[in-house]
Design a protein around this ligand. Structure first.
Ligand code: GAL
Length: 373
């Protein structure tokens, strides 16, 4: 329960600190804003604690020791989904599920393999499934297969299309999606640069911000939205931007990103002012390539990621990365487990659940880091 409450508090604290950051132009205003924000944080803290306690009491009403949960992760070799699945299992156990009744499968980035795993869960008669699809486009087929067996399903991380989600509601299918709105994370990346100022980010002063884009798996809506909305935030603010070359696909992977950024650096050199990465693993690869090329983040280039992996948070704190965005694996995994429990208890489950991202810059990196340890 501790982490769940902390996660709620963290979001509240971050919002409060952002409010303080925005509204303070003089010392007096800062003090006033801080006091107001503190009061707000206190009230929100109480509310969050109460909500978390109520939620805990609600889910604690059942006996889940013999309930079976079948979980598929699109692939184990993914830093963010590793944090997610670890937290998911720990939280399910804290709710009263037995570890031996929780089966977590590595779908090895292969939809056919995942479909087999799902069929095995059906044969085994699990009570609920939590599925991180390999291909979100497989959602309709997978949902129909699971639904025909009467087992409810909670989708996580890779969002099916809205039309598919709506179908669950209209056809009374026991399915839900828990995730974050990737548009928000992209927008946050762009906003960090806007806060720094166009004159700072346009390093060579040619009137436009020149960037490269390192993209995750493009089938994934997170990759699509982060690519689009990071830049959209800049153009919405009236900035002129220039994409150097094509969007570079690195499939969320550090080594692939390192290679792509190294190639872009040899081709475009100092023209590159911003390196947008759809996640932190790729930003860490980008950082290696930038270091090797003798580039200094914050001075002659800006580097942004998403997820808030420990290593990325440490880099943001020390200025080695410009910013990241906390992809709340704690909030998301807890919400997914709570939805699974609600299905088991025959309670009402929403069509989708959206967990907020949190912008992380040098100002709050240490705070976020310590809250996650
Ligand atoms: C994203 C996350 C990536 C990767 C991906 C997998 O939300 O930022 O790092 O884990 O999910 O679908």
């Amino acid at each position: 329960m501790k982490k769940r409450i902390f996660s709620a508090l963290l979001s509240v604290a971050m919002v409060a600190s952002l409010l303080v950051g925005c509204g303070s132009s003089t010392t007096t205003t800062t003090t006033e804003s801080t006091t107001a924000a503190e009061a707000e944080t206190d009230a929100a803290t109480e509310a969050a604690t109460e909500a978390a306690t109520e939620a805990a009491e609600a889910v604690a009403t059942g006996d889940y020791a013999d309930k079976k949960v079948g979980i598929c992760i699109y692939k184990f070799d993914d830093n963010f989904m590793t944090l997610f699945r670890t937290e998911l299992v720990n939280y399910l156990v804290s709710l009263g599920f037995t570890e031996s009744n929780i089966t977590v499968m590595d779908s090895k980035n292969d939809q056919a393999e995942q479909t087999n795993q799902i069929n095995n869960f059906i044969t085994e008669g699990v009570d609920v499934m939590i599925i991180n699809l390999v291909n979100s486009s497989a959602a309709a087929t997978v949902t129909d297969t699971i639904n025909a067996s009467g087992i409810p399903v909670v989708y996580i991380n890779r969002e099916p299309e809205v039309a598919e989600e709506e179908r669950w509601a209209t056809e009374g299918i026991k399915a839900t999606y828990v995730g974050a709105d990737a548009r928000q994370s992209g927008t946050f990346q762009g906003e960090v640069l806007i806060d720094l100022g166009q004159d700072v980010v346009d390093i060579n002063g040619d009137g436009k911000v020149s960037y490269i884009m390192i993209q995750g798996d493009p089938e994934n809506i997170d990759a699509q939205y982060r690519t689009e909305y990071s830049v959209k935030a800049l153009t919405d603010a009236g900035w002129e931007v220039e994409l150097l070359g094509a969007v570079q696909r690195a499939d969320w992977d550090q080594a692939t990103a390192q290679q792509k950024v190294q190639d872009a650096l040899s081709q475009y050199g100092e023209q590159i002012e911003v390196v947008f990465c759809n996640n932190d693993a790729m930003a860490l690869g980008a950082k290696q390539a930038l270091d090797a090329a003798g580039r200094t983040v914050g001075e002659d280039v800006f580097l942004l990621g998403v997820d808030a992996l420990t290593e990325a948070l440490e880099l943001v704190q020390s200025g080695g990365m410009t910013a990241t965005v906390f992809n709340d694996h704690i909030g998301q995994s807890h919400q997914a487990a709570d939805a699974a429990v609600a299905f088991i208890n025959g309670e009402e489950v929403q069509n989708t659940y959206v967990v907020d991202y949190v912008k992380v810059t040098t100002e709050n990196a240490a705070e976020v880091l310590s809250s996650l340890q």
